[in-house]
Design a protein around this ligand. Structure first.
Ligand SMILES: Cc1ncc(COP(=O)(O)O)c(C=O)c1O
Length: 389
């Protein structure tokens, strides 16, 4: 057996569970839209830590909120009232302006969806959930059960906790045969993330709303990835003028600090009883201070306007090299590629640009920070133009 004494350097042993393929970038530092690596290279980040870094890295308002709240009171149980918890909920409700004016704070996207689904089953007393093909909602028991393809790929639980039907994502006429009076919940990402930055669109969202109203099913918008400004509106629900009964938000809500929210309508809120839902860390003061700061920054720095403007610029300018089309909304965009998206992604990493892939092998996903400028997009376009189709 070789040992370091034989002149070899021992490969460092990793103690991390082997569940994520690793990109070849050893991150040491982030600043704005830039990631700095240990080898001195600097990457322009169109991936945003998987849609999390909406404000970019090291945003001063975010940093100040974290530090202020950590000094004042880093954590306190939900059983003790805290002004910051109420203030952040009020801020989120006002930002969303959807009439979903009751907030339950939790920690992750999957946890928010898990609670939304549970409330739908409790309230309706029904047995079935409906989700859309290619939809992605998380890895926990209920969220995974409504995630397209999970059972075949990674689900792991002995069985789903309830019946699930999947509807095609582009056929409103199919809904009548799938959503019925046994359906407790219909869960949908208005713009699918993993599904390839695929915009479900107004017609389909309206049809889902209509069918839920006809049958008494509760409509859940999973805006974990497309929400919190990423669509160019506070939520995609605002953009399409379709209001769900419940909405989940996470990722950019904390800009890197773990926080998620379940927002519910007045009718749903009326049915929530003590102990229906619970959490230790959810609604922690630091999470709430950060959520408040994120919304402050989005509003005071006109970031929604920037998302819309720069998104239009990407659509107009990125049809170069292997890119044959652009889909999605705001800063959840899919560049359709003639070559496998993974090859394009690898070529871009070689040119110091980080992008994401998706469940569609020919869609490269862009999830940049809301502060991304047209100048940054020019760098992406130049790099793409150098990659052969
Ligand atoms: C649309 C959507 N829902 C839910 C989740 C799960 O969120 P989390 O990883 O925070 O549990 C994700 C994560 O990628 C997501 O994109």
């Amino acid at each position: 057996m070789m040992t370091p004494a034989d002149g070899q350097t021992a490969a460092p042993v990793s103690h991390l569970a082997n569940v994520f393929a690793q990109y070849p970038i050893d991150v040491v530092h982030g600043e704005g839209v830039w990631i700095h690596a240990r080898d001195g290279r600097k990457y322009l980040d169109f991936y945003g830590g998987h849609a999390v870094a909406g404000l970019g890295y090291g945003h001063p308002r975010w940093l100040a909120a974290l530090e202020r709240q950590a000094r004042q009171m880093a954590f306190q149980t939900n059983a003790l009232p805290m002004a910051i918890r109420e203030r952040a909920a009020a801020k989120l409700v006002k930002f969303a302006a959807l009439g979903l004016d009751t907030v339950f704070w939790i920690n992750s996207g999957a946890e928010a969806n898990e609670n939304a689904l549970k409330m739908a089953f409790k309230i309706t007393g029904r047995t079935k959930a409906v989700a859309l093909e290619q939809g992605w909602h998380g890895r926990t028991a209920a969220a995974g059960a409504v995630t397209w393809g999970a059972l075949e790929k990674w689900y792991g639980f002995a069985r789903r906790p309830f019946d699930v039907r999947f509807a095609p994502r582009d056929n409103p006429d199919a809904l009548a045969g799938i959503i019925d009076r046994d359906t407790a919940a219909v869960i949908v990402e208005p713009v699918q993330g993993v599904g390839g930055a695929y915009d479900i669109g107004k017609t389909m969202l309206q049809a889902l709303r209509r069918r839920c109203d006809e049958t008494g099913a509760l409509l859940i918008f999973d805006e974990v990835q497309c929400g919190m400004g990423r669509s160019g509106s506070p939520f995609a629900a605002n953009h399409y003028g379709v209001t769900p009964d419940m909405l989940t938000a996470a990722k950019a809500l904390g800009n890197g600090f773990p926080v998620s929210a379940l927002m519910v309508s007045k009718a749903v809120a009326k049915q929530i009883r003590y102990d229906d839902m619970g959490t230790t860390f959810g609604g922690g003061p630091m999470a709430c201070a950060v959520a408040e700061a994120v919304i402050d920054a989005i509003e005071s720095e006109s970031l929604l306007f920037n998302v819309r403007t720069v998104s239009t610029y990407i659509r107009a300018n990125c049809l170069v090299g292997p890119v044959t089309g652009v889909q999605g909304l705001g800063f959840l965009l899919g560049l359709k590629t003639s070559r496998p998206a993974k090859e394009v992604q690898a070529a871009l990493i070689g040119k110091n640009i980080l992008t994401g892939t998706s469940g569609d092998a020919h869609v490269l996903r862009l999830l940049p920070a809301y502060i991304m400028t047209e100048g940054h997009v020019d760098q992406l376009c130049d790099a793409l133009a150098q990659i052969s189709p």
